[in-house]
Design a protein around this ligand. Structure first.
Ligand code: URP
Ligand code: ZN
Ligand code: ZN
Ligand code: ZN
Length: 487
C-alpha cells in the first residue's frame, strides 16, 4: 500500500473552495484534511486541487468519411492528460455487420492496450431493426448507457425520425440516455448540392450549407421526440443560439435536456472558413461549423446560467493530408477538429480569467456535471473520500502558447494555434498515479488506463406531455435503493 499526499493546495470542487491536503491511498482518495502525511508528497502550493477533467465526447481512431481519425487511443489519452483530462468518453460506431455488441468489443480491442488513462464509451444507433433493439440491452449490460443518434450525414450515419423514436423508447426501457447530433441532414444535403452547383467548392461552402437554423430545427425535433418517448435527452456539440434556445425552453417546461458546447465553439468563429489558406480553413471543418460572436456569447451565457451543463471537444483529428481528400469538394473534407489537450487551459483562460465562470463552475462543466449526467459520480468527478484519485493540481500561473510544435496530439496542426493560455495542469493524477508533471514530459505506460462501465439510470425523466402516456413504454423495474455498494 502506497500513500501520497497533495500538500498546500486549495481544493476546488463544483461546490466549494477550501485549503486542505488530500491523502491518496493506492487508487483512491483516503482523506481530505489538514497536515496529512504520506509516503510521497505532491506540491500544490499556489495551485488548485480539482477533480480530473472528463471529456464527454471524442472520436479516437474512428472510421469516418472514407478514412480513419488519426488520433490514436494512446496519443489521445496522453494529450488529454497533459491538459488535465483524466477520462474521456469515446463514440463507438457499428462496423459493416451493424452489430452494436461487436462494435463495443472492437473498441475494447483497439483501446485496451493503448489507453494511458480511463475511458468510457457511448454507442451510435445508425438504423433500426430487431438486432439493434436486442443489442442495446447488451450494450447497457457491457457498461455503455448512452446512445447517439445522427440527424445529419445523410446516406451514411443518419437516422430517420421514426427510427429515432423507436430507439428513444428503447432507451427509456433500459434506463439509458439518448443523445443526438442535431442538424437537419436532408436540408444540409440539399444545400451542399446547391453550393456545389454554384461553384462554391471550398471550406466556406461547409459553413454556408449548415446554418444555425438547421441545427435549431433538429434540436427542437429531437426534444419533441424525447418528450413523446419519456426520456431525458443529451444534445452533443451545441454550437448556436437556436439549439440553445430549444434546450432552455425544454428545461423551463421541466424536461431533462442537456446541452454540450465545445471549447472550439466558445472561442473560434466562422471567419476561419474564409481564410485564404485552404489548409487552414479545411482543418477547421467540422459539423456543426464554428459560428459568429453572437452564438459564442449565447453559449457562454448558457454555461453561466446552467442551461448548458458541460464542455467537450468532439476531438476528431484528421491530418492535413486527410483533409485534402476534399480539395475539390468541401463535402469530402473529413469533419472534425482537435481540442483534447486544450479544452481546460482554453476554458480557464477565456472563461475564468475573463470572469465569465467561477473556478467552481469551471470544475462543474469540465468534470463534475459530466460525471453526474453520465452516471459515474462520485467515482469520477469528485474530490471526496472513497472516490477514484483522479486529481489535477491546476496551476493558474503556467502560461504557454498553444502550438502544433509543442502539443502532444498526433496531429500536424492545432486549431488553437497561437492561443496564449494562462493555466495548465502542474500534475495530472489518474487513480493515484502521476501521469503528467509539467516540465517532465514522460508518458505513462500505454494500457494502464481502464474502461469505466457506466450503469443504467435507476429512474428516467417523466415527460410532461399528455400523449406520453399513450406512447412511452414502462421502464424495466429497477429498485433505486438497490444500488451496488461502493462508489
Ligand atoms: O465534425 C464532427 N463533429 N466530427 C465528428 C463526428 C460527429 O459528428 O460528432
Ligand atoms: Zn429524411
Ligand atoms: Zn456529431
Ligand atoms: Zn462527435
Amino acid at each position: 500500500m502506497t500513500t501520497k499526499v497533495i500538500k498546500n493546495g486549495t481544493v476546488c470542487t463544483a461546490d466549494r473552495t477550501w485549503k486542505a491536503d488530500v491523502l491518496i491511498e493506492d487508487e483512491k482518495i483516503k482523506q481530505i484534511g489538514v497536515d496529512l502525511k504520506g509516503d510521497e508528497t505532491i506540491d500544490a502550493e499556489g495551485a488548485y486541487v480539482i477533480p480530473g477533467g472528463i471529456d464527454p465526447h471524442t472520436h479516437l481512431e474512428m472510421p469516418f468519411m472514407g478514412t480513419t481519425a488519426a488520433e490514436t487511443f494512446e496519443t489521445g489519452t496522453w494529450a488529454a492528460a497533459c491538459g488535465g483530462t483524466t477520462m474521456l468518453v469515446d463514440f463507438c460506431l457499428p462496423g459493416a455487420d451493424g452489430s452494436i455488441k461487436n462494435a463495443i468489443e472492437e473498441w475494447h480491442r483497439k483501446s485496451a492496450p493503448q489507453i494511458c488513462s480511463d475511458i468510457g464509451y457511448h454507442m451510435a444507433v445508425t438504423g433500426w431493426n430487431e438486432t439493434i433493439f436486442n443489442e442495446m440491452k447488451d450494450a447497457v449490460d457491457m457498461g455503455v448507457n448512452s446512445f447517439k443518434h445522427f440527424m445529419a450525414y445523410k446516406g451514411a450515419l443518419m437516422i430517420e425520425d421514426d427510427e429515432m423514436f423507436a430507439s428513444f423508447k428503447r432507451c427509456r426501457e433500459l434506463g439509458a440516455l439518448p443523445m443526438v447530433h442535431a442538424e437537419n441532414g436532408d436540408l444540409v444535403a440539399d444545400m451542399q448540392q446547391e453550393m456545389l452547383s454554384k461553384g462554391i467548392t471550398g471550406p466556406e461552402g461547409h459553413a454556408y450549407s449548415r446554418p444555425p437554423e438547421f441545427e435549431g430545427e433538429a434540436a427542437n425535433r429531437a426534444i419533441t421526440i424525447a418528450d413523446a418517448a419519456g426520456v431525458p435527452l443529451y444534445i452533443v456539440h451545441v454550437s448556436c443560439e437556436q439549439a440553445h434556445e430549444a434546450i432552455r425552453r425544454a428545461r423551463q417546461k421541466g424536461m431533462r435536456v442537456y446541452g454540450e458546447p465545445l471549447a472550439q465553439f466558445l472561442t473560434l468563429d466562422e471567419g476561419e472558413y474564409f481564410n485564404t489558406d485552404w489548409d487552414h480553413a479545411a482543418r477547421r471543418v467540422m459539423s456543426p461549423p464554428f459560428r459568429n460572436k453572437e452564438h459564442q456569447d449565447s453559449l457562454w451565457a448558457g454555461l453561466q446560467a446552467g442551461s448548458l451543463q458541460v464542455v467537450a471537444t468532439d476531438h476528431a483529428a484528421f491530418s492535413t493530408e486527410q483533409k485534402r481528400m476534399g480539395v475539390d469538394d468541401f463535402t469530402k473534407i473529413p469533419n472534425g477538429s482537435n481540442g483534447l489537450e486544450e479544452r481546460m487551459p482554453v476554458l480557464w483562460t477565456r472563461g475564468v480569467e475573463t470572469g465569465r465562470l467561477t473556478p467552481n463552475e469551471f470544475v462543474a462543466v469540465t468534470s463534475t456535471n459530466v460525471a453526474k449526467i453520465l452516471n459515474i459520480y462520485p467515482k469520477k468527478g469528485a474530490i471526496v473520500e472513497g472516490a477514484d484519485a483522479d486529481i489535477v493540481v491546476w496551476d493558474p500561473k503556467i502560461t504557454k502558447t498553444i502550438s502544433a510544435s509543442n502539443h502532444h496530439s498526433i496531429l500536424d496542426y492545432n486549431v488553437f494555434e497561437g492561443f496564449e493560455v494562462t493555466a495548465n495542469s502542474r500534475y495530472t493524477i489518474s487513480r493515484g498515479e502521476v501521469i503528467w508533471a509539467w516540465g517532465q514530459n514522460s508518458q505513462p505506460q500505454p494500457g494502464r488506463g481502464r474502461f469505466v462501465p457506466r450503469p443504467a439510470f435507476p429512474s428516467a425523466h417523466e415527460a410532461l406531455s399528455k400523449w406520453k402516456a399513450l406512447t412511452a413504454p414502462k421502464m424495466i423495474e429497477r429498485d433505486p435503493l438497490n444500488i451496488p455498494a461502493g462508489i
